[in-house]
Design a protein around this ligand. Structure first.
Ligand SMILES: N=c1c2ncn([C@@H]3O[C@H](COP(=O)(O)OP(=O)(O)OP(=O)(O)O)[C@@H](O)[C@H]3O)c2ncn1[C@@H]1O[C@H](COP(=O)(O)O)[C@@H](O)[C@H]1O
Length: 99
């Protein structure tokens, strides 16, 4: 099986973190992180994308599943950055569960 490059997850996390530290106007991530609704706006997006992912799975359309899951993972990463949670911490938790 070809080795998959998962570095995009770390790269994207770093970009989102940089948006938090250096806010700019034309940034979708900044619009979420500085939204007047606070964390609730990000949670709304996580909820919406979760539902869209579920509907995509039900439709059995693989491209849709990949597209909506990517939206979900992206918004989860924005939530991690908002709450100061690192991907390392998630990885550590998952490793603890490994049998
Ligand atoms: N990977 C993503 C990414 N995935 C999804 N999205 C956005 O997530 C939103 C998905 O929500 P919806 O499907 O509901 O679309 P929408 O109608 O625009 O959403 P709302 O109006 O309801 O908020 C869209 O606006 C997408 O553009 C993303 N926006 C940005 N990135 C990356 O994040 C980084 C920082 O982006 P900026 O902050 O915009 O510079 C860049 O590297 C981008 O490539």
């Amino acid at each position: 099986m070809p080795e998959t490059d998962l570095s995009i997850f770390n790269e994207l996390y770093d970009i989102i973190k940089d948006r938090k530290e250096n806010p700019s106007e034309n940034s979708y991530v900044c619009s979420l992180l500085s939204h007047r609704k606070g964390i609730d706006k990000i949670l709304e997006k996580v909820g919406e994308e979760s539902i869209e992912t579920i509907l995509a799975v039900k439709s059995e359309n693989k491209e849709e599943i990949i597209y909506e899951s990517s939206d979900l993972l992206f918004h989860l990463m924005v939530m991690f950055v908002a709450k100061g949670i690192t991907l390392d911490e998630i990885a550590t938790e998952l490793k603890k569960r490994r049998k």
